[in-house]
Write a protein that binds this ligand. Structure first.
Ligand code: PLP
Length: 222
C-alpha cells in the first residue's frame, strides 16, 4: 500500500474517539491532499497563503475540503486569508482578533477561530498571554463576525517530559476556564502526550506526510 495511506490509517487507528486530526499539508503537494481526501480526511492546515491558494486551485474539484490557516497572520493578509480559509488557528492577539471580525463582517464571512496562547516565554512564537486572554475574553467572545472554537498552543522547542505534560495541562485548563471546547494541542513529536492531557485536535505534519517537499521560500511573503 502507498506509505502515506498506511501512515494515515495507522494514525487514525491510534487516535481516540473525540480527537480530530488536522493534516498539516504545508510543504506538501496537492496530490497528497487528494490522496488523503480519498481516505475521508477533510481538514488540512497551511501556513502560507500563496502556497495554499495554489493547491486550492489544483483541488477545486473537491468541494468539501476544510482549510485551516495555522501560520503567523500579518494584518495586511487578513482579507485574503479569510477568503481562502474557513478557519484560523493562529489568532495571536487582540488587535488581530478585532481586525478579523471587522473584515469578516465586511466580507459576509464567519470564520472559526482558535486563540493561540503563549504559555511560556518563546521568542520564536506569537500568542496571547493567558492573562490578556482572560481579561479580554468577554470582549473577544462577543466579536460579531467570528466563532471561537478553541485554544491552540505550541510548546517551545526543547520542552519535554513532565514540563511538556504540565504545558498541555495548563492549556486544557485555560480552555476550560474560558468555556472553549476545542484544544488544538499536539504535533508529530508530542501528540500522544497532548492527547493524554485532553487535546481534541492534533496537528500532524511530518509523522503523517514525511518530510516537506515544497520549498517554502518559493512562497515567501512579499
Ligand atoms: C508545521 C506545523 C505543525 C506540524 O508540525 P509537525 O511537527 O510536522 O507535525 C503543527 N502546527 C503548526 C502551527 C505548524 O506550523
Amino acid at each position: 500500500m502507498d506509505p502515506l495511506l498506511a501512515r494515515y490509517r495507522e494514525l487514525r487507528r491510534r487516535l481516540p474517539a473525540g480527537v480530530d486530526l488536522l493534516a498539516v499539508s504545508k510543504g506538501r503537494p496537492a496530490a497528497m491532499i487528494r490522496a488523503l481526501h480519498g481516505e475521508g480526511q477533510r481538514t488540512f492546515g497551511e501556513s502560507r497563503l500563496q502556497e495554499a491558494v495554489a493547491k486550492q486551485a489544483e483541488l477545486s474539484d473537491l468541494p468539501d475540503l476544510d482549510w485551516q490557516f495555522i501560520g503567523r497572520l500579518q494584518a495586511n493578509k487578513v482579507r485574503p486569508v479569510l477568503r481562502a480559509f474557513a478557519a484560523v488557528q493562529s489568532v495571536d492577539g487582540l488587535d488581530l482578533a478585532r481586525r478579523i471580525s471587522r473584515i469578516a463582517a465586511e466580507e459576509g464571512l464567519q470564520p472559526v477561530l482558535h486563540a493561540q496562547v503563549k504559555l511560556r516565554p518563546d521568542p520564536a512564537k506569537g500568542g496571547f498571554a493567558p492573562d490578556v486572554l482572560r481579561q479580554h475574553w468577554d470582549e473577544l467572545r462577543q466579536l460579531p463576525a467570528v466563532r471561537w472554537q478553541g485554544l491552540m498552543a505550541i510548546p517551545p522547542l526543547g520542552l519535554a517530559g513532565a514540563d511538556l505534560e504540565a504545558f498541555f495541562r495548563e492549556a486544557v485548563s485555560l480552555a476550560d476556564a474560558l468555556g472553549l471546547e476545542g484544544r488544538s494541542l499536539g504535533m508529530s513529536g508530542d501528540w500522544p502526550l497532548a492527547v493524554a492531557a485532553g487535546s481534541t485536535l492534533v496537528r500532524l505534519g511530518s509523522t503523517l506526510f514525511g518530510p516537506p517537499s515544497i520549498d517554502g521560500a518559493r512562497f515567501a511573503e512579499r
